[in-house]
Write a protein that binds this ligand. Sequence first.
Ligand code: GLN
Length: 484
Amino acid sequence: MIQQTIKQIADLLAGGKISSVELCQDYLVRIAAHNPGLNAFITVDAERTLAEARVADALRASGKAGPLAGVPIAHKDIFCAEGWLTTCGSKMLHNFVSPYDAHVIEQFKKTGMPCLGKTNMDEFAMGSSNETSYYGAVKNPWDTARVPGGSSGGSAACVAAGLAPAATGTDTGGSIRQPAALCGITGLKPTYGVVSRYGMIAFASSLDQGGPMARTAEDCALLLNVMAGFDTRDSTSLEREKEDYTRDLAKPLAGLRIGLPKEFFGEGLTGDTATAVQVAIEQFRKLGATTVEVSLPNSGLSVAAYYVIAPAEASSNLSRFDGVRYGYRTPDYGDLTDMYEKTRAEGFGAEVKRRIMIGAYVLSHGYYDAYYIQAQKLRRLIAQDFAEAYKACDVILGPTAPTTAFKLGEKADDPVQMYLSDIYTIAVNLAGLPGMSLPCGFDGQGLPIGLQLIGDYFSEARMLNVAHQYQLATDWHQRTPGGF
Ligand code: GLN
């Protein structure tokens, strides 16, 4: 059972071989055994999970269930889920039990997919290693002395270790793709606006996007079918026809044009990651694809632009955490201003405070034009680079992250090094494009390497087809860490 795909689990459920309650019990046993070592979950609530599983079994018995009813899933603790503690990895929300469901959670509930628990994450999704969580770092199942990546590190680690068959994540600058790469799983960030942000605690609203994390591209397609859809409660949700993201999975790749951006294959790409990506390119050629060199001349400026725009939006979004409405309030204060100051000083961690200060600075009078407006102009140039590249290719390919999983603590005191973990992923968010990461090999130390695919707007089905065909021809996605 464990380490099966959701497709396989759904077939077992459909054949009456197992019930959702039994499945959830199995996973809860595994979580109890392995979570103390991995710290992948912030909240596990067996009663609640089993209650949701009973609803799913009843739905199946009624004959009205969709194919995924009964398949359990873990949710990143950034998604508000009614009755569940929803912390966003922060002391600021350590006591916040959500009174409502995010749109994404609602969709999974309607489908009858029980929640196995809320996964650990970097505080307010700010980080690339899961070390900024108030609940402590998550350990990478491939080597527990190493980070799982971030900010959706708990989601990536629990899927890699077989504590959940799938999980949700969010990606503002790489937080689905980079942890998927570092943990050897498959993760997809949809086109901006495809998945509603309603009830997904905001970090940088113009960049944030929820998406699936699972073992295979096929599973990601099935999950995206559940997550995607128009929602009037998110003003940036796109009103589009419902799509079936599995529709192109079986298509052969003959004739596919893969773009290789020369900026992704420069001196930053070295060692085993460079080799694994080259081997993957060869594999695609064998599958009938052709490759063409493309250029993203402004992509080198994406990290700089992101660290103006994302903190600017975060400083505004996080102003709501003031000790008045919900979450943490300092126990000891004088007047109202003192209460605000102490609450925010005590409730936020160092990285969140750094971002709020940068954000307030770049938005302030006199600096707004010099930083914020410039960064927005860069953002447009970055999007134009991609548009130009897609004239010559159908999908762009490159590495997901510059390195494999690094040691816990290795980059914790060097924010710039940490920020560079997302050098290949951030441009995608700035342009609003879909991107995904899939396993493509291992380094000399047995750590997984991720391959990134970047599609044009709304080309998720095509990108998933490309990834699925690769996974039919390779078995990297089937490897699992020892000890689980
Ligand atoms: N690592 C990036 C950051 O720290 C991206 C995080 C994310 O995608 N949520 O902001």
